[in-house]
Every structure is written in C-alpha cells, then in structure tokens.
Design a protein around this ligand. Structure first.
Ligand code: ZN
Length: 170
C-alpha cells in the first residue's frame, strides 16, 4: 500500500514485488550491535522469514566471516549456511536474505556485492560501521532482469533495488 511518500524513485517494481521489508527494531539493533563488535572486520549473517510472509524477517542468524580478507569482504561459514537452510526447511521458513557490514562506513552495496548477488530477489542488508559503532543501514533486493533484445543474447542485468525498511509494529 502506498502511503503517499514519494521520492525520486518508484517504490514498487514493474513486476509488482513488494518494495518494503519488515524488520523488528530489536532484531535490527541486534544486527547493528553484532556488526559494530566485528569492526574493523566485516560481520555477516542470514535473514530468515516465514514461507508465507517472506518480506517480514522472523529471525537472524549470526555467522562467522571465514574470508581470508575479512576487513574488505565476507564469506559466511558454509556450515552455518547448511544448518540454517536445513532448520528453515524443517520449520516452514525461508532464508530470504543476508546481511553484512562495511567497516568503511558506507551502507551501500559494493560492485563486488552486486557480482555476488546470484539469487534473484534475495535481500541484502548492509550495515555501515566505524570505530564508534554502527552508523547506518540499508536494505536492498537483488534484481536479475532478463533482457529480451536479440543483441544482448539473453544476458541478465543485475542490480540492487533499495527497499523501505519498516519496523514490525503490528
Ligand atoms: Zn559489501
């Protein structure tokens, strides 16, 4: 539902995906606190939702960043990935997204993040961190757009769309 707030960009896509994501304040705070503690390294983890309500984050799974260069990139511990997907399946939930922090203080996904966004529709929460703590956050959805034109040979354009983050007050 539109609430009349309009900025320079549209809030819903042409394909009708919901552009807002619900995340309870306490979960958001937990993620920010966790990310702040990992500074100057990148923190990472997973966002889990109910299958019936994939735009409302139900729980968060904190993961170990096993990257060899944790100050500039992240790699979620594969065992955490396996365990989280398994437990989600068992509970009728879905792993709908991931989060990670940027210790350089930028809450925007990087070009490298875009390259790694292999799952269409997956949510990417980015937390900007500094020595003083978490500064800001942004929720993005990875979008893969198949191009029909002959000259692009079915190439997939890949980008992030900013989502409106709403706290789950209901
Ligand atoms: Zn990143």
């Amino acid at each position: 539902m539109e609430n009349g707030q309009r900025r320079g960009h549209t809030s819903t896509s042409a394909s009708g995906e919901v552009a807002h994501v619900m995340l309870a304040d306490d979960l958001h705070t937990e993620i920010c606190d966790f990310a702040a503690l990992q500074w100057p390294e990148e923190a990472c983890g997973l966002l889990v939702a109910d299958q019936l309500n994939p735009n409302r984050i139900l729980r968060v799974v904190f993961a170990k960043n096993i990257s060899e260069h944790p100050q500039t990139t992240f790699e979620i511990d594969p065992q955490t990935l396996i365990n989280t997907h398994r437990s989600a399946r068992e509970r009728g939930e879905l792993v709908v997204g991931c989060f990670h922090s940027h210790p350089n203080g930028k809450a925007l996904p990087s070009p490298k993040d875009c390259e790694r966004a292999d799952e269409d529709g997956f949510l990417w929460l980015v937390i900007a961190t500094a020595h003083s703590g978490a500064l800001a956050s942004g929720m993005y959805r990875a979008i893969h757009r198949h191009q029909d034109q002959e000259e692009t040979q079915g190439a997939v354009a890949r980008y992030f769309r900013k989502c409106k983050l709403v706290s789950d007050a209901s």
